[in-house]
Design a protein around this ligand. Sequence first.
Ligand code: SF4
Length: 267
Amino acid sequence: MTNQGLTPEEAARYLRQRGEVTGGEIFLSGLSARKALELAREARRVARASGGRSVDPKDDQATSPTETSEGEAMGMTATYDDLRAQALVCRLCGLADTRKHVVFSDGNPRARLMVVGEAPGAREDETGRAFVGPAGKLLDLLLATVGLSRERSVYICNVLKCRPPGNRDPLPEEIQTCTPYLRRQIQLIAPEAILAVGSFAARFLTGREESLGRLRGEVYSYQGVPVVVTYHPAALLRNSGWTRATWDDLQFLLQIMPETDRAVTPD
Ligand code: SF4
């Protein structure tokens, strides 16, 4: 089905209908960047007008009965601070036995861009911060090339909040158990766009079991938020030949964030 010819109002109605059918997870592909942005803005406007989503993680007053019901159904509480506090003591899967720290996020909770990776690594597990170490530094550098910084304009987290032992791949049951936290984070942060880095985040947020190379270059939608896919910075450290492709993906991302604050003072 194509969505190219829809008006924003028609698109919003379509998103709402799909959301009712799919339980809020909506995957669209092949959209133009402009159409994806229109869809996302209209979906967010409608959600906010109906009281269905908090737009400010620091504003407890923005939390409505509608949004608490989903959080409570998942065992989650509704506010950002409560969600984070709950995650930090979570023992819902076996990774709780081997982790040192739960890694909830890093960056700015009021950010317009959300970067989602796979899972914490050894340095993240040690520090409790997302994307530290060489891969984190490379991510910061790449974001800086397009005028974004984690301090001001980017919120960073992972699909899994705890490190799989030995950096093994996440297990399907771990992803299933942990991703209600991510879904709630996306609702509460309400970013203008999501950058999925690496194949696990890309597959989860696009709903497609395809290689990262095949998923790149399109705009998808997750919970009404445009999603762009690129390589994980740890993979770039192993294969620098993908750096140019990653920069191209970031330029693509900027096309759906045309009003991005690029006046960031370099660190
Ligand atoms: S990985 Fe997620 S579900 Fe498992 S213990 Fe950590 S926070 Fe809880």
